[in-house]
Write a protein that binds this ligand. Sequence first.
Ligand code: ATP
Ligand code: MG
Length: 898
Amino acid sequence: METAEIRRRWLAYFEARGHTVVPSASLIYDDPNLLFVNAGMVPFKPYFLGEQQPTWDRATSVQKCVRTGDIEEVGKTSRHGTFFQMNGNFSFGDYFKEGAIDFAWGLLTTSQADGGYGLDPELLWPTVFRDDDEAYALWRDRIGVPEARIVRRDEEDNYWSMGVPGPGGPSSEIFYDRGARYGADGGPAVDEDRFMEIWNLVFMQDELSAFRTKSDFDIRGPLPRRNIDTGMGLERMASVLQGKDNLYEIDEVYPVLAKAAEMTGRTYGAKSGHAATSSHPDDVHLRVVADHIRSSLMLIGDGVTPGNEGRGYVLRRMLRRAVRAMRLLGYRDHALPQLLPVSKDRMKASYPELETDFARISQIAYAEEDAFRRTLDAGTTILDTAVTKAKKQPSPQLSGDAAFQLHDTYGFPIDLTLEMAAEQGVQVDEAGFRFLMQEQRDRAKADAKAKKSGHADVGVWTELLSLGRTDWQAYEHLSVEASVVGLVRDGERQQELEPGATGQVVLDRTSFYAESGGQIADSGDIVTEQGVLKVLDVQRPVKGLVVHTVQVQDGPVRVGEQVQAKVDPDWRVAACQAHSGTHVIHAALRQVLGPSALQSGSYNKPGYLRLDFAWGSALSPETRSEIEEVANLAVRKDLPVSAQFMTLPEAREWGALALFGETYDEQVRVVQIGGPWSRELCGGTHVAHSSQVGALTLTGESSVGSGVRRVEAFVGMDALHYLAGERAMVAELSGLVKVQPAELPARISELLTRVKDAEREIAKLRQQQVLAGAGDLVAGAKDVFGVRYVGHDAGAASADEVRALVLQLRDQLGDATPAVVAVTGVSKDRPVVVVATNAQAREWGVRAGDLVKVAAGVLGGGGGGKPDLAQGGGSDAGKTGDALTRVEHTVGETVTAR
Ligand code: ATP
Ligand code: MG
């Protein structure tokens, strides 16, 4: 059965049983604690946590998931993919254990002819939590599973929680017996490869008051409303129903593997059997390629772009690991253009947007491969040098410093360094590397933390949320009356904040905009009965709760007090200008460059904005001007700006652009400027008419990773100030070079030409000066056992100058008798040496290359060349005299030894 069909049957089965079909959320769902969605329940978390009320009691979905923790497992076990799809059915206070078990058993064992998966009931093994007699009894008595096949397991395996205080409960997992050729009999406790987990049913019934470890937590009591969350691995089910050994051989994945095998001329499975654990490296590489290509496709599809941190780094790592695996299989050419389309063709049945968006997706992926190939070329040389050096040590080890340098400067991932060093039998000081990385991270974190205080521990915020959601009026009002619901300092709730203190304030109502969607938080004051709180930052650490970070200027302020939340009106006007300006620039970019120039990130604050977008190459000055012109024309046209709430499907129909953090909230907000010209899903604040943006001026355009460009702009008065600054600079320049502004370019290029000519003239004069002394030097040539020898230290002279002098000297010494010339010079603190011989000297066995090696040895460097002319250098500029002496002696030794 095809994967798409397994998925279709799932949704049909649960829809027929009263579940609302909810589309998959984006992999980069907006959750500060998660890099990627890693389970089907993630988008439903607000409902399970009681932060939000669902509009349905039952839901079902097929959710895209990425588990970064499983990267290393890929190809080595048979059941882990980095990207996979989790089929889930959910109950919010509706059916519980009995319903969940009935549904699961029904779908698994109903015959394929009747719309089920048709698994043999004898091969299914349910597990339950040790103390969950209720679930045990259901499996035994209601379903009729023999006791021998029902397994009780501990907290480690069968108790679910979020790792923090909150909902938790026992789970029941269903394992499928794949048969004797996969391992020993005896159930999941004996062999999890033979007995493969396919479906996990979670019974949320407890409220945890403390969580220490997976097996050590406190239960406060029963949840007021019990919920069901289940997850079935779609790919695992496909491997069962398609009779495949592992996830990499199913219909959605295998074609990429087959293509990679064809490209590299390898035969998959030729060198190992089905036991994934004893796989041949070739097979592991092929599986890595197949898995990572698909994951990368899905990640880029959801708006991730390669980068050096967070999500971007995961994507970069997977793309690079895939390319690297192809290299290890002997394939050196561009691999992605052949592999990515194969994956897209397999996945588009379930995700049609991959097809329509493929121009953008492939551009980003291919650009990353190009970047990686350049990195590989540069980094490999440096790594090889470092490895060669390390090999000379008694116990060869590459220093953590070197590994860090490679990572930091050349973008060489550590795993690649480890792998390539290991190939040459050299260890890497990984601990040292990790230490340096940690140091760098700590520095970055310290910066970020100062800003997002309180983000780490959400406990206190969930507590405050339970007192009520913040009535958020940022769209309607600049100033509102409110009362203080909670005060927090250093993560602890307080009754009062003293004057001078910095802490967090939660109000029952606020007009302050909390940072989100690229727009920074509002600035302003909270006026209390006895003083003023200066608002430094506003965040939403949990959905529904707005938290103001404030400094108490006059006070104190107490819980329960009546206050007035007052946003600085000038600030807000400028913030609206900047955010609307961002939409205008985005629309202008897409109008000029085409629809694939999609935004991948943005940031805006009063007076300034920046926008990252998918594009492969630098924008020419003409293109930049055109974008600026289109944007400013849109401002001048005074287009109406409006915001409307609608459902996600309606928004899609409208063509509203949305790449990130799509939520299941029934209503989304669409901001449009000039009707369809600009439509984006956006929660930000905006001007009412485009003319209110004022002016937009692009200040910079740069690269921020492969396939992603960044434009920056000033907005409103700041745009004017920026232009005024440039005008002042032009005036200053024209004063300096004494021409009218319009003549500046001609004047400056004329000046540059003159400087260049002058430099050339100086070089020529210096050359003549050096050569002028040649006659004297020839006259003063020494006789070294029959060889005419000139050794000369030219002092400050470049390599070119030294070489010219050497050639001139050899010329003047002629061919009548053996002659050798050696000249040293020093350029930019580094010594150079050039040696030349004539034909007769060479007949006597004197070779320039040998002599240069001797001299360079003295100078602390190396060099080489031909017997007639050779050049070298070093690092010790004080040793040129010694080097010449050594050359002279060597000449003597060579001819006397003849
Ligand atoms: P395992 O112990 O096998 O790693 P898990 O306990 O991490 O699995 P759950 O968190 O219970 O898995 O997820 C629910 C279902 O999702 C599993 O029953 C399995 O079918 C599937 N699943 C989990 N991780 C992966 C993965 N990396 N690749 C494919 N499917 C997965
Ligand atoms: Mg599990």
